[in-house]
Design a protein around this ligand. Structure first.
Ligand code: CA
Length: 438
């Protein structure tokens, strides 16, 4: 593993501009410094999905690009799995290959690129694309690294002792379900067993406490063999990139079913991710030191490392937006419900990945790790309605006078994220959106 003392390189140069004009607009999530991967096809077609790179408001089709443009000899083998539509196979090539491909894409899309006349023919507007999951997600694990979320939720049930004794020592998580992970679109309200307060028997029916969870997801890029741990010094090279993740949650089903084994049907009916994987390398300018508040335990040695301390955290601004059916009908814009930051997570991605593999559990390219709900320290940063409404005790009031404790049918919930830092070009993770249907 490289020491990565200098994280940034020529691909992060803020002066870099693209011959794709829309990539030079300061408001785009996808300037040439980003270069995220996704899977797309022309909307309305039944073509096979292809791997593309988002650039401004366009997608560079890597199958066409591999055929239509000259590439350096060393790059052609890296393009093969991408041209074949297999992001998992590309990820399996490892971090040095990811970095070489990024450098080649950056050079190809740069303003002075001799490849521009060829690659102009390989662009499709994002507005003309239908997206698919960016890779095969074999397994999904959801952590609980948002300490402000864990504390606020804990206080609802244990006012004097919100965090359980293990929280500051071990990255808490559970195994979710990969089959129900999708992109933006309708989210069907789940049915399940709920037990009303004071009732003598549960009932089965639609959840009345449907909620969202603002999370970031990490895509694992490199496998570890079963029985083989991943030292924290190697964890960064096993992480391919990040997406937004909404871990839809039915709080009433959860409250009845979660003891003693944890979340089950309250969480596995749908999880939504954003379609573009922003690579860890693209996020290099936005790294932050991993810190612990004074008085908190330091991580055990297997979760501690020089790089993790220096730059294990990532500064990503996260937002939640809500538009109800009534707001939509009245022409009212979505309302921002919260703003928080990934860097407030109690554990870093390297710590979560290392902990996951520490018992010998084998991770595979395409596995999804969820951060847990990323709430901020203050009231404006609450990343779920359960926190915002104190589990329904204090409904929030929306601009048109409507109230919400939990999501209603017709509500559209959108997560967005971006990274901003002086001396770097702003990049974004895009967005993921879901509309509740009964
Ligand atoms: Ca969660």
């Amino acid at each position: 593993m490289s020491t990565r003392t200098d994280l940034t390189n020529a691909t992060h140069d803020p002066a870099l501009r693209s011959w794709v004009e829309s990539a030079n607009d300061g408001a785009t999530d996808f300037p040439i410094q980003n270069l995220p991967y996704g899977r797309f096809r022309r909307a309305g077609s039944d073509e096979a999905f292809r791997i593309g790179v988002a650039i401004g408001d366009q997608v560079l089709d890597l199958k066409l690009a591999s055929e239509q443009s000259p590439w350096p000899d060393a790059v052609s083998p890296l393009l093969e799995p991408l041209a074949a539509g297999d992001l998992n196979a590309f990820m399996a090539l490892g971090a040095p290959a990811w970095s070489r491909m990024r450098a080649a894409l950056s050079a190809a899309l740069a303003a002075d690129s001799l490849q521009a006349p060829f690659l102009e023919l390989c662009l499709l507007p994002q507005s003309a694309c239908a997206m698919a999951l960016p890779c095969r997600i074999g397994d999904y694990t959801d952590f609980y690294a948002g300490i402000h979320h864990a504390t606020t939720i804990g206080k609802l049930f244990r006012p004097d002792n919100p965090l359980l004794p293990n929280y500051k020592w071990v990255p808490i998580g559970y195994h979710g379900r990969a089959s129900s992970i999708g992109l933006s679109g309708p989210v069907k309200r789940p049915h399940g067993q709920t037990m009303a307060p004071g009732a003598s028997a549960p009932v089965f029916g639609p959840s009345a406490k449907l909620d969202y969870e603002l999370e970031v997801g990490a895509i694992v890029g490199r496998a570890n063999a079963q029985g083989q741990a991943v030292p924290i010094a190697e964890a960064e090279d096993a992480l391919f990139g990040l997406v937004l993740l909404n871990d839809w949650s039915a709080r009433d089903i959860q409250a009845w079913e979660y003891q003693p084994l944890g979340p089950f049907l309250a969480k596995n009916f749908a999880s939504s991710i954003s379609p573009w994987i922003v690579t860890m390398e693209a996020l290099a300018p936005f790294r932050r030191p991993f810190t612990r508040p004074a008085g908190d335990p330091q991580p055990l040695p297997y979760l501690d490392g020089a790089f993790n301390r220096a730059a294990g955290a990532i500064d990503i601004v996260l937002e939640v937006w809500l538009q109800t059916a009534a707001m939509r009908a009245a022409g009212q814009n979505a309302m921002r419900l919260s703003q928080s930051n990934m860097s407030d997570a109690y554990w870093t991605w390297a710590q979560m990945l290392t902990h996951h593999a520490s018992n010998g559990c084998n991770l595979q390219p395409g596995d999804l790790l969820g951060s847990g709900t990323l709430s901020g320290a203050d009231a404006g940063g609450r990343g779920s309605l359960m926190e915002l409404s104190s589990n329904g005790r204090s409904p929030i009031t929306l601009p048109g006078g409507e109230q919400r404790s939990f999501l209603q049918d017709g509500d559209t919930l959108t997560l967005r994220a971006c990274c901003q830092q002086s001396g770097a070009v702003r990049i974004g993770l895009g967005e993921v959106s879901g509309t509740i249907v009964g």
